[in-house]
Every structure is written in structure tokens, then in C-alpha cells.
Design a protein around this ligand. Structure first.
Ligand code: ADP
Ligand code: MG
Length: 238
């Protein structure tokens, strides 16, 4: 079982410290949502967990392993970006299977994993298309499919629904909740949408200016916000 532990995580860009000592324990299987104003450090923290950004201080533990110096592809994490980041010249099939190909997974096994992911995301009929022939919601599914096939212990989502219209966001919220149950993985999810946070999270982490302000269940935060900032952000009447 692999939870995640952040121990005094810090990040500076030049002289500016943007992550200022974050400590957090996440249990295996939890759906944890990070919220906080733009620029508070959510994406930077996620990118450090993924290994896409060097860390300036502290230790990231995934399961029992300190991963500070572990290559992104060996960390057991997969990240889904707001921008989808698909390869425009490749089919959906090849986009989903790309990382498996890089990892030299044999073709037959690759095929099986790609088709299973497509099935679970109800996009089997889209496998031959190119990203340019897909809607925003379909592209987002492809991006999620590409993460699923890597069979990660931890999924990282950075504002994955913010480019979708309201109706589609609602559908995808349900889809993500279903995937979380089905895959039994840990999900770390960044959003600035309170509704998304309140409906999806087992646990919400409220950040401000590179620090964690409060951690708790949606109900905890609503009923007992630790300070005015949290109350304001969560929208509780304190
Ligand atoms: P969020 O995702 O919460 O909106 P970010 O993690 O993107 O916030 O950014 C946190 C802070 O770090 C911001 O002040 C941002 O300007 C700064 N920052 C992020 N990436 C870089 C970078 N590559 N170089 C310099 N500053 C950066
Ligand atoms: Mg961000």
C-alpha cells in the first residue's frame, strides 16, 4: 500500500520561496483535493511530486520510498494536465500507449492495456482519431487514459476540468469519482472550483502563499474553518 508523505517541502525560484515548508500525510486510496488562490503554489507542489520540478528542501515519500532523486517515470505517479498535452500528429491509440512504448512494454500487452483503458473511459470508438478531431471532453479522456495505462499508485490532476463547459464538468466529476472507486488508487487533485473540491474530496488541503492553511474533510472545513482565509475560500458562513 502506498500513501504519500510530504516532509517540510520547500521550493524557491531564485530568491523567492514559493513553497514554504509543506507537511502532509496522504493515505493510500484517498482522494485529496488541493485548493487555494492562483499563484499559491498548487501546480509547483504537484510538479515536484511528479518529479518534473526539482525540490529545494524536504523529502517526498511515496509508500516507504523517498523519491526526491527518483526519475519521474519510476515514481509510480502519472500526471494529467489542464492543457491535456496530447501529441497532435498521433492517434488516440498511440497517445494512450506512448508511455508504454517508451517503457518497452511488449506490443500485445500494450494493446491490451490501451483497450482496457479505452473501455473504462468509454472511448473505444475514438481510438483511430487524432486529437484535432475530438471535443474538449474527449481530449480530457485521452489524457486520463494515457495516465491510467501506466498503472500509477498516485494520480496527479492539475485543474483537469477547467477548460470544459459547466455541463461537461459535471459529467467528468462523476466519471472521476467512478474511476477513483474502480482503480483504488490515490488521487491528488488541484482545482480552484469549490464545488469540485466539496463533491470529490475525502480530504481538502487549503493552501495560501506556499503554506498549508488547513487539512480536513469537506464537512470539517465548512463547519470548523481554522481561520478567516479558509472560511472565505470554502464559503462557510463564519
Ligand atoms: P498555482 O498553481 O497555485 O496557481 P503555481 O505553483 O503555478 O501556483 O505558482 C506558484 C508561484 O511560483 C507563483 O508565484 C508563480 O509565479 C511562481 N512560479 C511558478 N513557476 C515558476 C518558474 N518556473 N519560475 C519562476 N517562478 C515560478
Ligand atoms: Mg496551477
Amino acid at each position: 500500500m502506498s500513501g504519500l508523505r510530504l516532509q517540510d517541502i520547500r521550493k524557491s525560484f531564485g530568491a523567492v520561496e514559493v513553497i514554504r515548508g509543506v507537511n502532509l500525510e496522504i493515505e493510500h486510496g484517498e482522494f485529496v483535493v488541493f485548493v487555494g488562490p492562483s499563484g499559491c503554489g498548487k501546480s509547483t507542489l504537484l510538479r515536484m511530486i511528479a518529479g518534473l520540478e526539482d525540490i529545494s528542501g524536504g523529502t517526498i515519500m511515496i509508500g516507504e520510498r523517498a523519491v526526491n532523486d527518483v526519475e519521474p517515470r519510476d515514481r509510480g505517479v502519472a500526471m494529467v494536465f489542464q492543457s491535456y498535452a496530447l501529441y497532435p500528429h498521433m492517434s488516440v491509440y498511440d497517445n494512450v500507449g506512448f508511455n508504454l512504448m517508451l517503457s518497452k512494454v511488449p506490443k500485445a500487452e500494450r494493446d491490451q492495456q490501451i483497450r482496457a483503458a479505452a473501455r473504462s473511459l468509454q472511448m473505444e470508438h475514438l481510438l483511430e482519431r487524432k486529437p484535432g478531431q475530438l471535443s474538449g471532453g474527449q481530449r480530457q479522456r485521452v489524457a486520463i487514459g494515457r495516465a491510467i495505462v501506466r498503472n500509477p499508485k498516485v494520480f496527479l490532476f492539475d485543474e483537469p476540468l477547467s477548460n470544459l463547459d459547466a455541463a461537461l464538468r459535471g459529467d467528468m466529476r462523476l466519471e472521476l469519482a467512478r474511476l477513483h472507486r474502480e482503480l483504488e488508487t490515490t488521487i491528488i487533485y488541484v482545482t480552484h472550483d469549490q464545488v469540485e473540491a466539496m463533491t470529490l474530496a475525502d480530504k481538502i488541503v487549503v493552501m495560501d502563499q506556499g503554506t498549508v492553511q488547513q487539512v480536513g474533510s469537506p464537512l470539517d472545513l465548512y463547519d470548523r474553518p481554522a481561520n478567516r482565509f479558509v472560511a472565505g475560500f470554502i464559503g462557510s458562513p463564519r
